[in-house]
Design a protein around this ligand. Structure first.
Ligand code: ATP
Length: 250
């Protein structure tokens, strides 16, 4: 039995675990009400994908890992859904690629910022950025633009999972390499990313970490991995899989 008292062999185990974590996130003041809606949207796409990682998403995860390993200042952006769903996994990825973690909220309140930072520390984060908010992303209104000067603002590579479209576009416009995790291949976030990973964050973050560990210890040509990647082809493959659907056994 696991944290939701359902055997891991249950066919909808991952989906039920995800819902449970989001519900707990809301109870703890980590996840917003809008976060519940975002979760519902994501779940629909995941259902249509057969709740599996496409090989194109796996390739994108490998390319994302490559960017993070090569980065001078990589940052992992965390919002209320990410904190509720994959806190420990995000800390592990940060350690594997040497990235900072920054809390970055669409609906920013001091209470939620603090609750998420505490939650991340409880899951092993040594330092959490985002609370200073001493810099701005150009092109966004004041509240939505807030970031840390020595965090996202100075980063060359940023992982932004489940991000709002406006902010993903504004961040991409600053010239940073943006890695997005989003189950909707048509969302503006996925469309504006240098590396869109169309997969459930529950599977995607541990997968990026696994690729990073493997690449770190290998002699793979990182430049060549990045060069060969086509974000449009990844998005097209995910859209095709969702439209065609293969729901047998679900
Ligand atoms: P956009 O503004 O980018 O066009 P949006 O308004 O739908 O899209 P939000 O609802 O703010 O954006 O963002 C949530 C996004 O995250 C949605 O595209 C949703 O499919 C996706 N999402 C939700 N839960 C998950 C999850 N567990 N894993 C991956 N993606 C998810």
């Amino acid at each position: 039995m696991s944290e939701i008292e359902i055997p891991e062999s249950h066919p909808r185990y991952e989906s039920l675990l995800t819902r449970h974590r989001i519900e707990t996130g809301v109870e703890k003041g980590i996840t917003s009400q809008q976060g519940l809606i975002a979760q519902g949207r994501g779940e629909t796409f995941d259902y249509l994908l057969g709740e599996r990682t496409l090989s194109s998403a796996d390739e994108a995860a490998r390319v994302g890992a490559t960017h993070l390993l090569r980065a001078k200042r990589p940052v992992l952006s965390v919002n209320g859904n990410v904190a509720a769903l994959v806190p420990e996994e995000t800390v592990e990825l940060g350690e594997a690629v040497g990235a900072d973690i920054e809390v970055n909220l669409f609906n920013r309140t001091p209470e939620r910022m603090e609750a998420i930072a505490t939650h991340l520390r409880e899951h092993g984060a040594e330092s959490v950025k985002g609370l200073e908010a001493d810099a701005r992303i150009p092109g966004l209104d004041h509240e939505r633009a807030k970031v840390d000067a020595d965090g996202i603002h100075a980063a060359d590579v940023v992982l932004v999972p489940l991000e709002d479209g406006d902010r993903a576009e504004a961040l991409a416009a600053t010239g940073k390499t943006e890695i997005v995790v989003d189950l909707n291949p048509l969302s503006r976030s996925a469309q504006s990313a240098s590396v869109p990973i169309v997969d459930n964050i529950i599977r995607a973050i541990p997968n990026v970490t696994a690729h990073a560990r493997e690449l770190r210890d290998s002699s793979a040509d990182l430049e060549a991995i990045i060069e060969a990647f086509d974000p449009k082809a990844t998005l097209a493959d995910a859209e095709r899989a969702i439209r065609e659907g293969q729901l047998e056994g679900m």
